[in-house]
Each structure stands twice: as C-alpha cells, then as structure tokens.
Design a binder for this molecule. Structure first.
Ligand code: NAG
Length: 351
C-alpha cells in the first residue's frame, strides 16, 4: 500500500516537473519600490540603501544585496514558485547581464512612488524611469534571443507592480506645502491611480500581457508609523490604514476597467493588505512572537543607514518578527505574502 502511494507521488512529481518545464511564464519582470527592490539603489546616489549588515544576514551567502530585509523579498519567492530562479536580480547590478535577466529582472527602486515628487524626496529612480530601463531591457533581450523569441518572452512574462506606500508616508503626509496643499487625500489617490493606469497602458503597448498590480499594505501598522503614535499607546494609525484600503479599492476598480480596455491582457489585483494585517493582529498563529516592533535595533525607528551592524538590540532570530526593520517585513513574512499571492491572484498564471 505504502509502496503504491509512493509510486503515485513519484508520478505526480514527474508530472509537475513536466508542467514546470512547460510553464507559461518564461520570466518575471518587476517594477516598484523597496517592497520589491533587489538592489537597484546600490547603483545610484541616494541615502536610501541597505547593502550592508545586518541586511541580508539570512540571504544566500549572508549577502547584503540591497534588498530591504534579512533575506529574500516576495518577488524572489514568487519566481521560485513559478519554477524560475530563487532570486530575481536587480537590473542595475553590474554582476548580472542579459543572460541572467532573460528569466527575471527587477527595475524597482526603494523610496520611489507613482508620483514624481516622491522619488525626488530621496533622489531615487522615478517610476517613469523604471519603464525607460524596461525599454532598454527589451532591446537587450532582442539582441540576446532574437526578435521572435524575445517578443514571445516579453508577451508571456509575468509583470509584477508593487508601489505606492511612499507616496503617502514619505511624501503626502510628511512634506508640508507639498502634495497635501494641492490635493485632498481623495484627489491625491485619484492622481496616483491615473499614473498607475498610464503605466499599465504603456506596458501593454510595449507588449506586456500578464500584469499584476499590487495594493498597499496596512501602512498605519508599520513599526515606524506606530512609533509616531506613541502617545496613543503605539497602536496602528487607523487613518493610514483606511487610506490604504481606499486606494486599494481604486486599484481594484482600475484593474476591472483595464481588463475591458486592454484586449488580450490578463490583469490581476494582488492584495497584500489582508494577509499582512492578519499576521500583525495575530502573529502567534503564524509562528511569530512580535508584530508591533521590528527586529533591527530598537525596532522602533531604524531602517536604511540607521539599521546597521552597530545598532544595539538587533534581535538574533528574525523569524520571530513580522518586521525586519521599522518599514519592511522579514524574509519569513515575505514568504507568506508571496505564497498567498501565488495561491490566489497569480495562480492563473502558473500552468
Ligand atoms: C513625471 O516626469 C516625467 C519626466 O519628466 C514626465 O514625462 C511625466 O509626465 C511626469 N509625470 C507626471 C504625472 O507629471
């Protein structure tokens, strides 16, 4: 009986391998902010970096790649789940070339946003420029694979977008006389959604067909925001969470609208809000111990250069924490978010 069962498992395993080889997604192409930046900021002049210890201490080779986590980020896990590489390289990392980028490439930049004014705050790569890099990538890929094969890859690739938190937390709510003096919060959300719409339409016109638009996390529960709420017992800032939920509804509406407009495209909305909120509200049931403070340093405010190897009190086991630094999840959290996306909205792209 046991032998029979193991034969079946063997058969199923082989079948899955065959399906993987014939997986419809030949590459994963990433746009966005620090939630998915694999190290592009290492190559530019900005203070927003993470290519030093203790970042990456649980990554392959304990390498601080510029990912804002102790290990891998969600897009790495998604790539692995699709039978591609276990990590997606950053386009501006000189140690990779088009040979590596042919199955996955990341154009994301920590600190950026939909709004040009957001990328200006910390001199990072504006969202529109990520698309310019993508155009260059298309040229490189056509040189490398030939037109026909490259066009096929660009068409069948899965495009993942994850961006928007910084427009609110680094820009709208922080810069006096900035966007908040120009726009009400609702108007600003519409402004950003308009940029998202343009971006996706341009991507479609360049040949992309399988596109996932990621929503915002419960940004009022990021440890840095809770710290600013210290007078109210460091609770989550409900106003920010509400704004995230409202904006996510707009993105969902946008996806529905574009599904009709962009013929032949498969668009999905990926929601990190619910799963991350569950982890924060109920860390124990996911195997975590701490959700209100982060692992790095005091866990209250450190990120980027403030989270370095001299930071006192950095935790020894990041797996006990939902957040790695005051703004970014741990690798364990990233794995759970990715798994949730792969089994949910991205499942239709698997085979
Ligand atoms: C952002 O800047 C780019 C480059 O200057 C420009 O083409 C684009 O229209 C700007 N976006 C918005 C929404 O103003």
């Amino acid at each position: 009986m046991a032998e029979k069962a193991s034969n079946w498992f063997f058969l199923i395993h082989i079948l899955l391998q065959i399906l993987k080889i014939h997986a419809k997604v030949p590459a994963i192409i990433v746009f966005g902010d620090s939630s998915v930046d694999a190290g592009n900021n290492n190559a530019i002049s900005t203070v927003l970096k993470s290519n030093f210890e203790p970042y990456g201490r649980d990554f392959f080779g304990r390498k601080a790649t510029g990912r804002f986590s102790n290990g891998r980020i969600p897009t790495d896990f998604i790539s692995e789940a699709f039978g591609l590489k276990p990590t997606i390289p950053a386009y501006l990392d000189p140690s990779y070339s088009i040979k590596d980028f042919a199955t996955g490439v990341c154009f994301a930049s920590a600190g950026t946003g939909y709004d040009n004014a957001t990328s200006d705050v910390l001199s990072v790569i504006p969202f529109w420029k990520e698309l310019e890099y993508y155009k260059q990538y298309q040229k490189d890929l056509r040189c490398y694979l030939g037109n026909e094969k490259a066009n096929e890859v660009l068409k069948e690739a899965l495009y993942l977008l994850s961006i928007g938190t910084n427009d609110f937390l680094e820009n709208y709510y922080i810069i006096p006389d900035g966007r908040s003096s120009e726009y009400s919060i609702e108007e600003y959300q519409n402004f950003l959604a308009g940029i998202a719409k343009d971006f996706v339409t341009q991507l479609y016109n360049l040949g992309a067909r399988k596109i996932s638009i990621g929503g915002l996390p419960p940004m009022g529960c990021l440890p840095l925001e809770r710290t600013t709420n210290i007078l109210s017992g460091s609770e989550c800032i409900e106003e920010y969470n509400d704004v995230a939920k409202q904006f996510n509804e707009k993105l969902k509406g946008l996806v529905e609208e574009l599904k009709v407009k962009l013929t032949g495209a498969s668009l999905v909305y990926s929601d990190p809000y619910g799963i991350l909120y569950d982890m924060i509200q109920n860390p124990i049931s996911f195997g975590f111990e701490y959700a209100a403070v982060a692992c790095c340093g005091t866990g209250l405010f450190e990120m980027g250069y403030l989270c370095d190897k001299l930071s006192p009190f950095t935790c020894s086991d990041a797996n006990k924490y939902v957040f790695w630094d005051s703004f970014h999840p741990t690798e364990k959290t990233n794995g759970i978010i990715a798994d949730h996306a792969v089994k949910g909205p991205l499942a239709q792209f698997l085979y």
